[in-house]
Every structure is written in structure tokens, then in C-alpha cells.
Design a protein around this ligand. Structure first.
Ligand code: ZN
Length: 203
């Protein structure tokens, strides 16, 4: 019996012909934890970022999941939404994850978006890198927001006149996704869409 990835309670075995033949995918969450996650499927349209599809609203359940996954670095939790994420893409899309900061990569923090895609078994291409902004400490936050360009193309990246699908864990103000979309469009992308697991609406 495997434990629920969130609450660690054992998950009841299902006895059916599917489990007998090993066809049923192992559940990652118990029924009580599964019930907490309610699909929202929020679809929004914009300018530089043509369209965004967010699978879940930011609520208590998603806050707990995100905290345990991203901040406590419980990498196994990437499995929880693997199927949902896999189904949100068509087969031939060019998927571009939002990269982590080089400082975090240096500290060997896992790349949470890439790990989600790996669990979802969706191939992706990393075309973007975070710009390293080492001297920003002296400037005010407002100055930083105005001048800081969060992303560059990775060296040698070639952008085609096609649609790219950005992927991020959470969409809040949209600054991150819009900046990433701007870089891709300036390099020749025809259309930039995004999929995010969570949509957080600021009040
Ligand atoms: Zn549970």
C-alpha cells in the first residue's frame, strides 16, 4: 500500500480487473486530499502573451501543495498533477518552461517547472534563461521593476515563426510570463501562449 503524498495516510487498494492486470495508474493522493483540488480552467487573452490557460485557482489546497512542493522541495509532489498537465497540451506543441534563477541552479535547487513537465511526460525545450542581475541591490524596487529584463534567450537559441507554449507553476500579476513572451516575440515567435498550474488573483 502506498501512502498519500500529501497526508501520508495509506491509500486504499482498489481491487479490480484493472489493478489485477496492473493497468490502473497508482494513485498519488488519498480520496480526501484529491477532493480538495477543484479544477477551474481559467482562460484569459492578452496582447504580447496571446492566451493563458490556468488549471486551478489559488486556494487553500493549492497553497499547501505549492508550499510543500516548491519551498519544502518535496519533489514527489510533481506527480500529483502530471495527468492534468499532460492533458492540457496537444501532441505537437513547442513547450518552453520558465527557467529558475542561475543562483538557485548553482545551489542545486530543483527546477520546479521542468520537474512538473518531466512527470507529465511532455518534452520541452529550454529557450530562456534568467538574466543575472548582480548589482541590483543598490536600486530601488520600482527602478528594478522598470528596467529589469528578467529573461534572455539561451545562447544559440533559434526562434521560429510558430506558436510557443510557456509553462509556469503560478500566474499572479503576469509580469514573468509577459516578459518571457516579449523575448520570444522579439526573436520572431508568431504567437506565445501559456499554461500555468495555478491562477492567483490579487485583491
Ligand atoms: Zn491524503
Amino acid at each position: 500500500m502506498n501512502p498519500c503524498l500529501l497526508c501520508m495516510k495509506p491509500i486504499k487498494d482498489i481491487t479490480s480487473w484493472q489493478s489485477f492486470f496492473g493497468l490502473e495508474k497508482k494513485k498519488t493522493l488519498c480520496d480526501d486530499c484529491s477532493k480538495r483540488f477543484v479544477r477551474a480552467d481559467i482562460k484569459e487573452e492578452g496582447d504580447v502573451l496571446d492566451a493563458v490557460h490556468s488549471l486551478y485557482k489559488y486556494d487553500d489546497a493549492m497553497r499547501d501543495w505549492l508550499h510543500q512542493y516548491k519551498f519544502l522541495q518535496d519533489v514527489a509532489l510533481a506527480k500529483v498533477f502530471a495527468k492534468e498537465l499532460r492533458q492540457s497540451f496537444s501532441n505537437k506543441e513547442t513547450i518552453v518552461p520558465i527557467p529558475i534563477h542561475p543562483e538557485r541552479a548553482r545551489l542545486r535547487t530543483f527546477s520546479h517547472v521542468e520537474t512538473l513537465l518531466e512527470e507529465a511526460k511532455r518534452p520541452y525545450i529550454q529557450l530562456l534563461e534568467k538574466t543575472n542581475t548582480g548589482v541590483m541591490g543598490e536600486k530601488s524596487k520600482q527602478e528594478r521593476l522598470e528596467m529589469e529584463n528578467l529573461f534572455d534567450l539561451v545562447p544559440g537559441a533559434s526562434i521560429q515563426p510558430i506558436t510557443y507554449r510557456l509553462v509556469d507553476d503560478i500566474y499572479t500579476t503576469g509580469t514573468t510570463l509577459r516578459q518571457a513572451a516579449t523575448v520570444l516575440k522579439q526573436a520572431g515567435a508568431a504567437r506565445v501562449e501559456a499554461v500555468t498550474l495555478i491562477r492567483s488573483i490579487q485583491k
